[in-house]
Design a protein around this ligand. Structure first.
Ligand SMILES: NC(=O)c1ccc[n+]([C@@H]2O[C@H](COP(=O)([O-])OP(=O)(O)OC[C@H]3O[C@@H](n4cnc5c(N)ncnc54)[C@H](OP(=O)(O)O)[C@@H]3O)[C@@H](O)[C@H]2O)c1
Length: 268
């Protein structure tokens, strides 16, 4: 049985589709599953881990203070439960995420790290899904360019890593193959959606103000810091993870936009 945490999330759902189609027995968990899985409640982890031989590890925010300690605790609980393989979803260029990667690598369980760039699905399933009629998304990212990745590619890499020992001990830098500025992404989305979508390059202070009503002052500060880190130019380089893990090219952002528009993601 393969355990999938973050089962309702952008990558978890897609990983489940792939594992189920391939005939694997899965346990899909989150805060409202039965049994439930809650990162803040280590006392209930054993019930979820029992009987799993591999697990997909999705923490909602590895940039949060203490996340690496939580990942270390989870890896230890997994080892105790007899889990043989852990696959961690990580974030590219994030100091907090690197601490969590290290916690996993130092555990006694075979590991794979899937270190991903900015998800294309942030525009269709995340906070940046433009509000109806709004058509504006704001980020403190200036004109930095990002090798935006399709969560379908992440799910392909994760599903392979969960089921094939050849991926053990590998850290995959999973990105798209093209560097795009957020204004360029907005142009591509506009073209596919047939409606204007605009990128607003806001300051960190403006971003904090925008986020606070949604995630509170501490959450807003965490995301401001995270953006300052990952949008400082350090990630302006495409990674080789999709090619290394799957032997094929990553899916392109233009194809993502075309498919998202066709399935009504931007039909506000
Ligand atoms: N989005 C990106 O561009 C991006 C890029 C690189 C790395 N990452 C990393 O990917 C991870 C997930 O981000 P995402 O954007 O994919 O998020 P997401 O789609 O919102 O998925 C998060 C999942 O975590 C579950 N969850 C939330 N709080 C939880 C809790 N306290 N205990 C247990 N489960 C909880 C949610 O399910 P329930 O609500 O059902 O519990 C959900 O399935 C983060 O570590 C992030 O740093 C994201």
């Amino acid at each position: 049985m393969i355990l999938v945490t973050g089962a309702s999330g952008k990558t978890g759902r897609r990983v489940i589709d792939r594992l189920t189609a391939a005939g694997h027995d899965i346990r899909a968990v989150g805060r409202s599953s039965e049994p439930p899985f809650v990162w803040e409640r280590p006392e209930i982890w054993a019930a979820v881990l029992a009987g799993a031989r591999a697990a997909y590890v999705v923490h909602p925010e590895l940039a949060a203070p203490g996340a690496a300690g939580v990942i270390a605790g989870f890896a230890a609980a997994a080892e105790t439960a007899g889990v043989e393989r852990l696959v961690l979803l990580s974030g590219r260029g994030e100091t907090g995420a690197e601490l969590s990667e290290r916690a996993l690598q130092e555990s006694g369980v075979a590991w794979t790290v899937v270190r991903a760039s900015w998800f294309a699905q942030n525009f269709t399933e995340g906070l940046l899904h433009p509000a109806p009629g709004g058509g504006v998304f704001a980020l403190p990212a200036g004109d930095v360019r990002e090798p935006v990745v399709d969560a379908e590619d992440i799910a392909d890499v994760v599903a392979a890593a969960l089921t094939d020992a050849r991926h053990e001990g590998r850290l995959y830098d999973v990105t798209g193959s093209r560097l795009l500025g957020f204004a360029e992404m907005a142009v591509e989305i506009s073209r596919a959606a047939g409606r204007p979508v605009r990128y607003a390059a806001v300051s960190p202070d403006e971003f904090r103000e925008l986020l606070t009503p949604h995630v509170g002052p501490e959450g807003a500060e965490m995301y401001v810091q995270l953006c300052a880190e990952v949008f400082d130019g350090r990630n302006e380089k495409a990674g080789e993870g999709v090619r290394e893990a799957l032997g094929r090219e990553p899916r392109d952002f233009t194809a993502f936009c075309r498919d998202a528009a066709a399935t009504g993601a931007w039909s506000w």
